[in-house]
Write a protein that binds this ligand. Structure first.
Ligand code: GLU
Length: 297
């Protein structure tokens, strides 16, 4: 059984980039007669915008998305993350880290995504872990996977990333752990999401292996950028998608995903548009490269 999901972070309303991820993950699940789950990734409470989760769900439903089962909230699943964390801890795979950002910046090399943590605290055996972050030990194994859109991927965590944080010094679990635990517990088989998470995938595969979880299949969508080539996000002040404009926005999302929707669909009903999309959706049509959306030209 195909189980897909859409996992927005309620840091703001949905923008066109998140709509593209919702559309692609939804259509892939539906054409495989699969389930499509919605998970609210509100594990990072300090970054949450009040009201955003309800706003996102309302937008999704007004756009005609139909999700299966109850929406899951990461903020209510701490005990699941704690259980996974304890397994890693009992296998001596995690350690407490007292390094400040400045200490790391002074001693680390640059990797694929920022600084590669040099392992300073690995052998310090901090006694009290109050207010300390917890990192997982990585190794030099090559982690490889085939992405359905971006092709073959390869990373060596020790060189490219370094030991990474699973639990933050403020006590919150990190996205990397939460997402792996949730995808496993929800039995997600296929992950379709933005290419901004492509570089995170080897960390997630590594955690799946440590925890004995099944590895899902991955498809990373091209990113929607603005005129400056920046990913649409709250930081780059992406405009929220508007419910009254649902048909046009969906049409643009299909167009961005290179599905070649006929122009006549722009003015048809929402249900005709969805019907066309379900009949014509091809993951293989997607161009892997990041691009500016027509709507933003
Ligand atoms: N919550 C993440 C985001 O909104 C997506 C996580 C995922 O799809 O794995 O960027």
């Amino acid at each position: 059984m195909y189980i897909g999901r859409f996992a927005p972070s309620p840091t703001g309303p949905l923008h066109f980039g998140s709509l593209v991820a919702a559309v692609a993950s939804y259509l892939e699940a539906r054409i495989h007669q699969g389930r499509w789950l919605v998970r609210m990734e509100d594990v990072d409470k300090p970054r949450e915008m009040p009201g955003a989760a309800a706003n996102i769900l309302n937008t999704l439903s007004e756009f005609g998305f139909e999700w299966d089962g109850e929406v899951v909230y990461q903020s209510q699943r701490e005990s699941d993350y704690q259980r996974a964390f304890e397994i890693l801890k009992s296998n001596a795979l995690v350690y407490a880290c007292s390094c400040s950002r400045k200490e790391i910046a002074d001693s680390a090399n640059h990797g694929i995504e920022g600084l590669v943590y040099p392992g300073t605290c690995r052998n310090k055996h901090h006694q009290t872990a109050e207010r300390l972050a917890w990192r997982v030990k990585v190794n030099a194994d090559l982690i490889e996977f085939d992405d359905a859109i971006q092709g073959h991927q390869l990373q060596q965590l020790s060189q490219d990333i370094g030991d990474f944080v699973l639990k933050r010094s403020d006590g919150f679990f990190a996205y990397q752990l939460a997402v792996v635990v949730d995808d496993a517990l929800q039995k997600v088989t296929h992950i379709v999401r933005g290419a901004d998470l492509l570089a995170s995938t080897p960390r997630q595969i590594y955690l799946q292996r440590l925890l004995g979880y099944t590895q899902p299949q991955y498809a990373h969508l091209p990113l929607v950028t603005n005129q400056n080539g920046e990913k649409l996000s709250k930081q780059t002040l992406a405009a929220p998608i508007e419910i009254h404009d649902a048909k046009a926005q969906l049409w643009f999302a299909l167009d961005f995903l290179n599905q070649q929707p006929p122009l006549s669909l722009k003015t048809s009903s929402l249900s005709t548009l969805w019907q066309w999309a379900l009949e014509n959706w091809r993951l293989g049509n997607i161009n892997p490269h990041n691009a500016m959306a027509t709507a933003y030209k």
